[in-house]
Design a protein around this ligand. Structure first.
Ligand code: F6R
Length: 364
């Protein structure tokens, strides 16, 4: 059941500290405080290139992971939407790793992409939440996220558990490939191990998100912007909002604004800015100032240092805990889920069963 929640979605959002912890427990060794993966049927050092394929929210998890694998493991990653990838006849380097991300493990396009990758000489790994699945059966290796059954059509806890799994994989790859030294590995592992506690803090302090939802729920269009791994988080925020509230929303790389989308900005278009104080912060901050100069109503997501610099200029702000930028995309995903939830509740839409959508898309 929904426990004492009105919707499965909120119940599932609130479960995140626990299920992220469960998922992490499969890889985190509390004695050595390091990430240790089971024996894999491939060697990270031999992988020339990685291809990540998924749909929807799972695709955004893959996009976040691209930044992690490239910077932490020096491994080039191509990320693609399954419905595009499967029909494109993409040449794949022999011995590459193809990774499929899916809550259900049954998404038709992702499964077809998996079969294409197998026929084209790739190692096949998948990250799946449902224990028994077609993708799981057809993979050389399956990572099971421990999100538990996800009933709400909009993916929430499955997404953050996918991210945690991908973060562990990236650390492992970085270690094996000799890119991460012990010190950095220990720092990243420690940051990951704190994610459940930080996620719980976010959920305990979420009351102002409802007030912010009240400020924006009558908007016709809403933009989300971010840079680096904050860019896929922006796209995920926009997807959550549009599917739940039917408000038109788009996520953009903040640096792309001036190549077109900034023309949309006026006082009627709220802009949600995803901006942890990572090495992209100053650039994102300047994009935020550009949209404010055009009267956009900004909701600013950042940490204490970010708030100090820019918090008072925004219409509203959501202060997140100060964390290693590595884990920020996992944590910043939570307030965008909650914001979309409250906007949908204010609009009176069917939160758990948005119109036209199915939980598992087994037809193309
Ligand atoms: C959005 C959402 C969808 C799914 C997509 C892939 O909230 O849930 O975009 O992420 O349909 O589904 P899976 O992960 O089951 O392959």
């Amino acid at each position: 059941g929904k426990g004492n929640h009105r919707h499965f979605m909120m119940k599932e959002i609130m479960e995140q500290p626990a299920v992220i912890g469960e998922t992490l427990n499969s890889f985190f060794n509390p004695k050595t405080r390091t990430i240790t993966l089971p024996d894999l049927p491939f060697d990270w050092r031999d992988i020339p290139k990685m291809t990540i394929v998924a749909c929807g929210t799972s695709f955004y998890a893959g996009m976040v992971a691209k930044y992690w694998f490239e910077t932490l493991a020096g491994l080039g990653v191509e990320v693609d939407i399954a419905s595009e990838f499967r029909y494109r006849s993409m040449p794949l380097a022999p011995g590459g790793l193809a990774l499929f991300i899916s809550q259900s493990g049954e998404t038709a396009d992702t499964l077809a992409a998996l079969r294409y990758a197998r026929e084209n000489g790739q190692h096949i790994a998948s990250i799946v939440n449902v224990e028994e699945s077609s993708m799981g059966r057809e993979s050389d290796f399956v990572f099971h996220t421990k999100a538990g059954p996800e009933i709400g059509v909009a993916s929430t806890k499955a997404f953050t558990c996918q991210l945690v799994t991908l973060a562990c994989l990236a650390i492992d790859a970085g270690k094996q490939r000799g890119v991460l030294d012990h010190e950095r590995e220990a720092l990243l592992s420690a940051a990951l191990s704190e994610v459940p506690a930080r996620a719980a803090e976010i959920l305990e302090n979420d009351t102002n998100i409802r007030d912010l939802a009240a400020e924006i729920f009558e908007a016709r269009d809403i933009l989300y912007i971010g840079r680096g791994p904050g860019y896929p988080v922006a796209m995920e925020g926009a997807l959550k909002l549009k599917e739940l509230s039917y408000i038109h929303a788009e996520g953009y790389a903040a640096g792309e604004l001036k190549h077109g989308p900034i023309a949309l900005i006026d006082e009627a278009v709220p802009v949600i800015v995803v901006a942890p104080t990572d090495h992209y912060f100053e650039k994102t901050a300047s994009n935020m100032q550009e949209v404010m100069a055009r009267n956009a109503q900004v909701i600013f997501l950042s940490d204490a240092a970010g708030m100090k610099q820019l918090g008072e200029h925004a219409l509203g702000s959501i202060e997140l805990p100060t964390v290693d930028p590595f884990v920020a995309p996992i944590l910043y995903s939570i307030p965008v889920q909650i914001l979309a939830y409250h906007v949908a509740v204010l609009k009176g839409t069917d939160v758990d069963q948005p119109r036209n959508l199915a939980k598992s898309v087994t037809v193309e």
